[in-house]
Design a protein around this ligand. Structure first.
Ligand code: NAP
Length: 312
């Protein structure tokens, strides 16, 4: 067995913003299979970690890099991923993979042709109760799913103007987390039937959305809101022929048939990095674009309503 601590995977983060600092850096620091050797970001940097303005400058300075985690806003992902794969690097992509399905598919095809490791991550799928929910749903007839994903954009995304711009995903930025759990739990593919989105005047991306979806005959509703003050909701209720399961706290809590919710620690990002290390060791990839496809389908069929202008 190679000694992971003696020969860790030399990893860099591209895009050192909120999620990189809050989750990626702590997870990487605790995992002896990785060494965080650099960051690339036009402005941001970490203390005591070499920083470069972009991937090109970083690669020129560090030719022995093994892997990159791309944590920029989605609009910039495709070009960065293409450059990384071209350079033979293993690539971890934050959700939502890329700005569009076509971009994501091009990244997947390029990595497959090059034989490099690619991981399209969906961190909410790693939430503590998701695996139990998937196992509970298996073998039951799902009659109805209701998703309520309502959070305060000003609290969780302060000043992130990109999120309401073209290719920023708007309320689908958190909403796609719910869709990633949904598509991981249900046995049949999910399709969008109808959608309605509210877009603030002067912005390009929705601040609220409702979706009607279907999966193997099961009706699924989703209610996404980015202006939720007070209690925040990241809930999914699943009614079946043999009971009801409620996932809450974004998949960290589970309650079955009205029992008190059970909540476990957040291990989403350590789990992601453990799998990324395993994929690199095996020379394989893990790719799933289903959540991104649902968002694109929803935006394609959606009726649009212009609502009051929004300022952070
Ligand atoms: P953020 O705080 O705005 O950070 C993004 C960082 O990427 C910024 O430092 C930005 O620099 C930098 N950047 C922009 N263009 C770049 C480029 N071409 N090359 C290198 N760096 C570049 O956003 P975030 O909240 O971390 O979100 C980033 C991604 O992670 C999004 O796709 C989001 O969906 C996902 N995510 C976020 C959360 C969360 O809770 N925030 C959770 C899970 C996943 P400038 O600011 O100078 O433009």
């Amino acid at each position: 067995m190679p000694d992971a601590a003696a020969h860790p995977i030399r990893l860099a983060i591209v895009g050192i913003g909120k999620i990189a600092r809050d989750q990626h850096v702590p997870a990487i620091d605790k995992d002896p299979r990785f060494a965080l050797v650099a960051t690339a970001d036009p402005h941001g940097s970490l203390p005591n970690v070499p920083s470069y303005p972009d991937l090109g400058a970083m690669r020129a300075a560090l030719p022995d890099l093994d892997a990159v985690a791309i944590c920029t806003p989605p609009a910039y992902r495709a070009a960065i991923a293409a450059e990384a794969i071209e350079a033979g690097l293993a690539v971890l992509l934050e959700k939502p993979t890329a700005a569009t399905l076509a971009e994501a598919e091009a990244i997947v095809a390029q990595a497959a042709a090059a034989g490099t490791t690619l991981m399209t991550t969906w961190h909410s799928r790693e939430a503590a109760a998701v695996a139990e929910a998937r196992a509970w749903v298996a073998g039951r007839r799902v009659d109805r799913v209701a998703i309520t994903w309502k959070e305060d954009i000003r609290r969780w995304h302060p000043g992130q103007e990109w999120i309401l711009a073209e290719n920023g995903f708007g309320v689908f930025d958190p909403g796609i987390n719910a869709l990633s759990i949904l598509t991981a739990i249900l046995p049949d593919p999910v399709t969008v039937e109808t959608a309605h989105v509210q877009i603030p005047e002067g912005r390009a991306a929705p601040i609220a959305a409702t979706l009607a979806m279907v999966s193997g005959g099961t009706a699924i509703s989703a209610d996404f809101d980015f202006l939720q003050t007070g209690p925040q909701s990241w809930d999914m209720r699943i009614d079946t022929d043999r009971g009801t399961l409620v996932l809450s706290d974004g998949g960290a809590s589970i309650a079955i048939d009205g029992e008190a919710p059970r909540k476990a620690d957040n291990i989403e990002y350590p789990a992601i990095y453990a799998r990324f290390a395993a994929l690199i060791a095996a020379g394989t990839s893990e790719v799933d674009l289903a959540p991104l496809r649902l968002v694109e389908d929803a935006l394609r069929v959606a009726t649009r309503e212009t609502v009051a202008a929004f300022a952070f």
